[in-house]
Design a protein around this ligand. Sequence first.
Ligand SMILES: [Zn+2]
Length: 324
Amino acid sequence: MNLRNRIYREFRDRYGVPSCFPYSVAEVAWSIVKKHKRWHRRPYAKRLMFKMDAANFSLNYSVLSLPFKKGERVLVPLRYGEYQRSFLMDKTLKRGSVTMTESSIIVAFSKEITATEPSGKVGYDLNEKSMVGSDGTKHELSEVARLHTLYGVRRSKFYERHPDDRRLVKKFASSRREKERVSQALHSVSTLIVEKARANKEAIILERLKGIRYAHQKGNGEGKSGRRRIALWPFRQLQSYIEYKARWAGVPVEYVSAAYTSKTCHVCGFINRKLKLTERGWLCPQCGAMLDRDINAAINIERRGKIRCLPITTVVTRAEARGR
Ligand SMILES: [Zn+2]
């Protein structure tokens, strides 16, 4: 507010724009300062952008109307696909702010969700190749690892050939295309997971990913390339997709400690400290259970979830056979 008050007069006199402009400028500037970490450099806006609160713009299906000088308005026709259209047409959604960049317009929506207690839980174990649920469902993620390897090789070959050419980097070794393809794959997996949880009224239990990179250190049986891939792998990105989609769908998400989830036998609780990362299945020496590495971990993750679920009710139906 302090910043807004300081620039308010200048904005009015110099640009003649309504007071919502200095307000949102101050808000954006403050959020940049708040996020800024490396203070040996001054904070700056990385790209040209514009933001406006819901109270100040109107959106009529495909036309965005923004206030401008002295009662004039700027009308911006929007282009969008089916997915975006479903939000624009939904009258139950509340509009948040609108953000405009050089290439896109982002409209935020919100809605109220009535929280209901889930009737069950499903835990997910994340590894480099797949996301495995405690109910046995498996989502392939090897495509993501494959893309990283593909683009990684492409990039390093490029740098071998053109070590100093900064101009060519943008064209041939940019990671944008890779990021797009990876996030596309992550979007489809996260959508499937959330949709299933919503349909089955389940809560999603995920592991807290603090130490995931430390688990992949020298001497655990993996090669150098394995460690490189794991460091790049966007676990957290997938979790955040699941989290926001779940929130939108009213599906609860809980994070639990990931310690020993794959080394603990879910049947008897025995901890197999000798288990190597390369072992995909193991036989519990204490109870003799045959364990699949990923499903066992997912079951342990599910059990650590403390979220309250509805009691399991067993419906007993009795059919009587009547005879004469
Ligand atoms: Zn056991």
